[in-house]
Design a protein around this ligand. Sequence first.
Ligand code: NAD
Length: 480
Amino acid sequence: SGKPAAAADAGLEYTNIDDIPQIVSDLRAAFLTGKTRSIEYRKNQLKQLAYMLKDHKDDFVESLKKDLGRSRFESIFAELMGTTNEIVEAVAKLDKWAKPTKPWAGVAWAAHGAKIRSEPKGTVLVLGAWNYPITVQIGPVVGAIAAGNTVILKPSEVAGHTAKLIAKLWNKYLDPECYRIVNGGIPETTAVLDQRFEHIFYTGNGTVGRIIAEKAAKWLCPVTLELGGKSPVYVDKSADLSIAAHRILWGKSFNCGQTCIAPDYVLIAPELQDKFIAELRKAYERFFPKGKGGVEESASYARIINPGHWKRLDAMLGGTKGKIVLGGEGDENSKFLPPTVVANVKPNDPLMTGEIFGPILPIMSVRNVKEAVDFINSRDQPLSLYLFAGDSKVKDFFFDNTRSGACVQGDTLLHFAVDALPFGGTGPSGYGNYHGKASFDQFSHQRASLDAPSTGLLGKIIELVMSSRYPPYTEANLKK
Ligand code: NAD
């Protein structure tokens, strides 16, 4: 059928391409009715979205297990909890976010009622990736609804079971006049992208990101691109190696390494490498005890999404000139790949070219923080940049001299959960950001507004004060 295994296996029904223009024009018409301008309506729809996740928590855990072999804990912790929290916050703060703000415009404009109105853009499109099908698909929709737009969500067909479940539940919970799902692969997505939108929010890889941006350019449609890349970690000699090893291995094993902000590779001084690997071994044994069957038997450990990605990762491991010091042996049939640490990796290694997006952790030598910074700066700006250091001079130097979507000392992944922080990339890791208020802003237009005094006594006074702008122009009037 041309569908990826998971989509075919799940029996995911694709949207009829011929229906797509009508779906979009219905949403455009619904927007113009003004229905989504009501804050109460938006809050109700957001609550419905939360009920959808709550009522069907077990169904989502199940579909995510089918798609990613993922544990209940990871699905609840990284998807259902996070997205529900986003919704709860949006409902609680929507009045405040949507309220026009009055900037101080200066004495000259004190009577002109300058205001900034956060207004919906119109009809928007959200396209998501397969690795966290709730967080990166329904997550952005929270901002789109909160801001008052009508929305199409196009879930990733690669996580077919979850895409099917979302499609099944969507219209039971949300108003189909304003919020629709389109399912499909490249032909369906291309047909959607041929339509006019007022914003497109895309999460996925940079190659498709470029396709999206080009398509959007035809309509001068603004785009948010949440992309990936290699997120480095530098472990300094002032770090606590045991804590660093635990937190790095956790970030690399979570969802089997298929996380856009997973620590991609480690930079560390050569004299620390062995000690750091010993700490990684300890963490590994603690997370996946041999006595309980090790990582392959562990109910806590996910699988690679599909055979294609498994083979890609296996080929990377096959091609490395580094030394596999932990893990390594996977199983193609069950798409199992253990957390795998590769030491003595050189910059031109296959593990150091593209984003790994799997549980493989290469370790490369740098002599000090200066060399780490130079190496990072010689490459694309990453989505996240991680540091483990106790020395505040090292912290300052590292963050003051690098660029990235986010920078985190002392942990991995956790900044994603802090809704008060905008989440997004820079350079090849994407542009625009979201989470919390940033999501609302991303899907809003900051509309400038004035209410100039133009009637009554005040109108007459202002007319007098400002009449020097009218022709015939004179030099004297410029001085007024
Ligand atoms: P994917 O293959 O699921 O693709 C994402 C979306 O793009 C899907 O809806 C898919 O249908 C659509 N698509 C695919 N090919 C297309 C084409 N030729 N034309 C139009 N649409 C097309 O996901 P992926 O890209 O494999 O996701 C993995 C990448 O996403 C990694 O690089 C990861 O780092 C990144 N990612 C980033 C974030 C973030 O928040 N920055 C989050 C998750 C994943």
